[in-house]
Write a protein that binds this ligand. Sequence first.
Ligand code: MIC
Ligand code: SF4
Length: 652
Amino acid sequence: MSGLTISQKIIKNHLMSGSMQPGEEIGLRIDQTLTQDSTGTMAYLQFEALGLERVKTELSVAYVDHNMLQAGFENADDHKYLQTVAARHGIRFSRPGNGVCHQVHIERFAVPGKTLLGSDSHTPTAGGLGMLAIGAGGLDVAVAMGGGPYYITMPKMVQVWLEGALQPWVTAKDVILEVLRRLTVKGGVGKIIEYGGPGVKTLTVPQRATITNMGAELGATTSIFPADETSRIFMQAQDREADFTPIAADPDAVYDEKVVIDLNRLQPLVAYPHSPDNVHTVEKAQNEQIKVDQVTIGSCTNSSYTDMMTVAAILKGKTVAPDVSLVIGPGSKQVLSMIAANGALADMIMAGARILEAGCGPCIGMGQSPKTDAVSLRTINRNFYGRSGTKSAKVFLVSPEVAAVSALTGYLTDPRSLGMDPPAVTLPAEFTVSDNMIILPPEDGRTVDVVRGPNIKPFPLNHALPEQVSGSVLIKVEDNITTDHIMPSNAKLLPFRSNIPYLADFCLTPCDPEFPARAKAHGGGMIVAGQNYGQGSSREHAALAPLQLGVKAVLALSFARIHEANLINNGILPLTFIDPADYETLQLEDELLIDHAVDQVTAAADGQPVRVSVQNTGKIIPCRLTISDRQRDMLLSGGLLNLTRAGHLARA
Ligand code: MIC
Ligand code: SF4
């Protein structure tokens, strides 16, 4: 028998059901969970609806990092709800100001060899420390908090073999941009990306975390690095050495695919609008003389202590170009307090940077939307259309180094062209450790009053699958539609994450402003989509808002993993065209019918196609519905909540 990969080892230790054959459904025991506020309100409402009491995980943390602007009462109300519901059920509460969930989690809680499920697509950040960390919809996280397994399709294993070492001004961001360039935004679907090779030891934990974080943009189930001496030293500096265990792939582990990257030959890279895989060299961009209006540095991808120290050193003694607005958001209270204490923060402020509190900020359009037609350079992980809050803005993804030098020159600049040496920044031997912004739950939470503001509205519940599923095509969209298209998020909409009826009026409006009205006029219907439908966020709202509008099925060329699971969890059929030509023929307002739906969905679990008839043309479209028996039961019951309430507890 051959050896195991890192993730196969962790999966083996956490397997509650299924066998580790790629393509088979497996149930995993989850050791830790995390939520953030924009998905957390819904996750805890669902946790409550499941009737669950105290969490059964080793550790669960509720973070507040997204909805921080508090332009009205809504966000503050949600924070209070999260704080009290966390105390009630045995969950730690990371207060607003403590930092971005992924940054704080890797600093304070991630443990090599354990499993983490988070209601945020960038949960794989903790894979930088050898943890199997997966992003999921809120309902799946709620079930995991209750001790239920988390189900995934056993992924294929991809090894990214790193050779050599990064050259001056080339960064971890360029490694993941190179992986994205080669594999594309759908290249990781159904796969785990493992990093190996002699180049691994040249990368620090924060560098590894940048890579695993942005691995979410590949559509991968997760990404992971081995836990080695570098990881031990990082955990020691966080005063957590006792939690360290080494983990590595066996030398004879078998991978389904291998990608080799020679770090010596990498160059500074940039993702052009509007996709993280639209990657070019910064050298090319510099030749195009791209004038920059805004630079934002931070987000869960690049907001570590070392990132901030590097940026501060580049800015020190200089002044931001007159036409550039430079915005910096350190990733955590730990990072912010350390750069405040050592003077680096003052260097940033003196150079003209606008400093934000530790949170997601501009990454999710929570303020700092750039001007009309702006060029915005950002160190974030996704530059989806409209995400900055300014529809006409062009967002380019770059490393903190490229961002900082470009903020000074006013143009997208390759730092190597300036003839300077990169700043020599090292990890501290000891981070400043204080968890005083994490509130521990009481031993017994039963007396805690859970506080609900008026912004919390009941969420839609599907009903059991009828014999006939029918409806018109309400919209036809192209490839790579993101969750930011399906359920846009920005400073105006994010405060309504616990108010689905309100949000539904914005569903898919970036693709077609008439979609919600059309859906309502038809009393619901179906969505037709291209490849990789639903890429990006884990937000369950991208399934709940369509559900609110009566969407019964999505017919697509292919789906992104988390969104497909969210649709099934809410009883919406994710159907894949067997013949891609059928996508071309379907038209807006075609009348579709799935007859004998209960029998057809039941048979689909055994691999039978689902026949969709187009009433107005008489055509039959065969589709695939790739579901396990468990998912079949969910679809028949109208979603996971109904199924669980019907007594089939989502447990192994
Ligand atoms: C994102 O980066 O898109 C978010 C906002 O963090 C989402 C979660 C959300 O939609 O609230 C994610 O990545 O899952
Ligand atoms: Fe927050 Fe942006 Fe990270 Fe999402 S990607 S968790 S919005 S910082």
